[in-house]
Design a protein around this ligand. Structure first.
Ligand code: GLN
Length: 195
């Protein structure tokens, strides 16, 4: 099976660039036919309200929700995490997208402030040996709580910045914007795909 990247808006080329270094021919998923061809999916960073609208317009909302419910491995970064979350706490802007309600976390959009809060920081990721992972944060959501079905997998200091529930991974930072392939590689091998 191939690996896909939801390719409607956001940092799609960046995920594809990392995936091309690890697997053959990753797929840009733009509609239900593309989705049917993939066995794992990256939900990119971007603007979650826009991505949600485009998912609906592409006829992908129900197919994607079904695949996720039936065990599709998903690596969701930043806006992707927002879309995957079980629950959103209302953000300051009052604009919050619908979500797939799949990964058992509560998150809030833009909870570290705006661009001024974008930064790079060392991250500890569960099961990644070696040096800390370079975490790139861009207007990231905050994980307010991790529910009983999920477990934390990434930390910035004491703060939880990633969680996993089975095959669903959600990160508030952007491994696709670093030169470090370890997170994608680990996700792919956990999904049973080469990485
Ligand atoms: N702030 C964006 C949102 O709420 C997420 C930012 C990102 O993906 N880098 O959708």
């Amino acid at each position: 099976m191939k690996v896909g990247v939801l390719a409607l808006q956001g940092d799609v080329p960046e995920h594809l660039r990392v995936l091309r270094m690890l697997v053959r021919d990753p797929v840009a998923v733009r509609g239900p036919t593309d989705l049917a061809a993939v066995g794992a999916l990256c939900l990119p960073g971007g603007e979650s309200t826009t991505i949600a609208r485009l998912i609906e317009a592409a006829g992908l909302w129900a197919p994607l929700r079904d695949r996720i419910q039936h065990g599709l491995p998903v690596l969701a970064t930043c806006a992707g995490l927002i879309l995957l979350a079980r629950e959103l706490a209302p953000s300051a802007s009052g604009r919050d997208p619908p979500t797939f309600g799949a990964l058992d976390v509560t998150v809030r959009r833009n909870d570290y402030g705006s661009q001024r809060e974008s930064c790079e920081a060392p991250i500890r990721v569960e099961g990644l040996g070696g040096t800390p992972f370079p975490g790139v944060f861009i207007r990231s959501p905050r994980i307010l709580s991790v529910g009983a079905r999920a477990t934390p997998i990434a930390w910035r200091g004491e703060e939880i910045v990633g969680a996993r529930e089975g095959k669903l991974w959600g990160l508030t930072f952007h491994p696709e914007l670093s030169r470090d392939l370890r997170v994608h590689r680990k996700f792919l091998s956990a999904a049973g795909l080469r990485g």
